[in-house]
Design a protein around this ligand. Sequence first.
Ligand code: PLP
Length: 462
Amino acid sequence: MVAGADGQALVALDRETQFHPFTAIADQQGNGALVMARASGSSITDVSGKTYLDGAAGLWCVNVGYGRAEISDAIHRQSLELPYFHSFNTVANEPSIRLSERLLKLAPDGMRRVFYGQSGSDANDTAVKMLWSYNMLRGKPEKRKIISRSYAYHGVTAAAGSLSGIPMVHQNFGLPLDFARHVSRPDFYRDAPARDCATEESYSAFLAQELEETILTEEADTVAGFIAEPVMGTGGVLPPPAGYFEAIAKVLDKHDVRLVADEVITGFGRVGAWFASELYGIEPDLIVTAKGLTSGYLPLSAVLVGERIWSVFEEASRDGRPFAHGFTYSGHPTCAAAALANLDILEREKLVERVAAMAPSFRSYFAETLLNLRLVGDVRSAGFMMGVELVADRATKAAFPASLKVAGRVALSARRRGVLVRALPNSDVIALSPPFVVTEAELSRLAETLRDAIDEVTADLV
Ligand code: PLP
């Protein structure tokens, strides 16, 4: 490990060499990067030797925790045996075949094939192109628009970034592209009262009606798909209101619109079920996964293709036309080996069951510790995903001016205290998504540190 003076040199070198994602260059030049060195379990240590409890599992992804020699060994073995080969033109490798078999067994009913990429963004682009191609093959070339939701996060590539609904992802890029439309996010805490919806069910009915009106305004013959994160992550950690996906499904079926479940965060256990689609009774045509598939040890994404779409590709390919889409790294054997080892750990240690069992106490512990603070408006969660919304006035739910960066200041204070949490980009929401192996003692430290950080920022603000 590098420490002390070497660490300072790395921060300086980073300033001179690296262009960071989602980073204001002024911050990198000013404060400098937090340079990470090593990690184990739920803890990560920077180059100065300071150790943090990682309450965010990286970017919602290190589900089995850090330092899993079993995954590193699998990567090592596979890279000695067959580090890489492509999957174009009917070429395959054993790890990706074994992984596909396993994913189809774990997935909700009706999934027929697996298509691999390397990130959540490219997997969403793949889903878009599958919908376009599916409709062209069905003789409906005009049926191309895809409806997403405001504040959704589906990634940053041109198509996925268009589906994202976070303004910063569009600004300065001329996005969204013209195939994308956005309806309202399902935010029961903040948006339902403004719609006069007193119950979750009535709010779900309102949102389904809004979706139907959008489809009719756009004309159903031009609408190919609807994409949703089962629990919206980066847009605020928003679990669906009761009855939401049932109400949406009726609208989609009526207008021949396919459903894409973006399970990049929720897939592989984060909500206490292997897939959130199971938990919420969603029957998607495509399921998009990445992150938890390898717990972030190597980059890998997988789009699971359901019967309705697969059968059209299968039929169309009888005349020899390929699905002309794919990546150099599609079906990467070493990444697939990492995913297989990750799934072994999840199954053997019953980590998905662990998340389900611990979820109620995770929620109530944070709610008890935080809900009486004057800045905390809402604590909401699904499994091991939690959002803590900070407000200027709890009675009116008035937000702080964005310029105060309240959630960002709380996250920085927690970091100084040795705990990593994420301030979400679009509102004052702190997101928590600990590794599935987090202990009760670590959860209690996480909640108490977050309380102290909120107290510190409250003292500055009032
Ligand atoms: N979809 C969801 C729901 C995500 O949360 C993310 C990333 O956070 C993505 C897609 C994009 O994934 P990636 O950053 O791997 O491109």
